[in-house]
Design a protein. Structure first.
Length: 257
């Protein structure tokens, strides 16, 4: 049964990862994610179905376009493979329960946002709002099916708290914290709050600790200036992932609130 769960989660993750590549490439450019069909950025030739198999096609083509031999970014198989790994991880961590789809959508959205933020220092509101709406609806469905309305209530209150805190930080220093991060905060508060208040605190702490460590390392290597903007959305995503995947083990070392 577990092998079937892993296989199905990996297959779904690869398919979703392929779609995320379209989102990551097109949304920042203001292009439609529905049409036209995927094409080579260099020669504009349409990519055939057998050249669009997640990860495998990139390996078979050795990272080059079949027609013009232009290099294809390794980001494509990386995103597809990482999505599969994340989906398998969520499936194994949570099992086949009603809230699992919400967290699959959450991680798909966070991966797309992190990739865009890393490249453009941008968290597109189209993605944030769609993912927030889907996660919210799926958690409401989960609460309705399981009766865990208290978990949903904690999630909603955590979403409000994170929004208020991030809104205040943005008002004090917009250069330190962009409004895209303010929009993302309620989504993370909702998802982590469903798991418990301690997950909310752990996710916030982990995000800032990871951000501080990476920023200090980059400054020490003279790759980042003191007042230069950083992709904070990436650190928020990493903090949420850390809390969800390691929360039970890490939080077991501390007394309950």
């Amino acid at each position: 049964m577990q092998a079937l769960l892993i296989g199905l989660s990996a297959a779904l993750g690869l398919a979703v990862g392929s779609f995320l590549n379209v989102v990551i490439y097109r949304i920042p450019k203001g292009e439609s994610i529905v049409s036209p069909r995927s094409a080579c950025p260099s020669c504009a030739s349409r990519i055939s179905s057998f050249d669009n198999i997640p990860v495998l096609s990139w390996l078979v083509l050795r990272g080059r376009c079949r027609r013009c031999q232009a290099p294809i970014s390794a980001r494509y198989p990386f995103v597809e493979g990482l999505t599969a790994v994340l989906f398998v991880g969520i499936a194994l961590r949570m099992g086949m329960v009603w809230q699992t789809p919400a967290f699959l959508v959450l991680f798909a959205g966070l991966l797309a946002l992190a990739c865009i933020d890393l490249e453009y220092l941008l968290l597109p509101k189209k993605i944030v709002y769609v993912v927030s709406g889907l996660v919210g609806c799926l958690l409401v469905l989960a609460a309705a099916r399981t009766g865990h309305w208290h978990d949903l209530e904690i999630g909603a209150l955590s979403a409000l708290a994170w929004f208020a805190a991030f809104f205040a930080l943005n008002a004090v220093s917009p250069r330190m914290l962009g409004f895209g991060d303010v929009r993302l905060a309620p989504l993370l508060g909702l998802a982590l709050g469903w798991l418990g208040v301690r997950y909310v605190l752990l996710g916030f702490f982990a995000a800032n600790l990871i951000g501080a460590m990476v920023s200090l390392a980059l400054m020490a290597a003279h790759r980042l200036e003191r007042h230069q903007q950083v992709p904070y959305g990436v650190f928020l995503a990493l903090g949420a992932a850390f809390a969800i995947f390691t929360g039970p083990e890490v939080l077991s070392q501390f007394p309950r609130l």
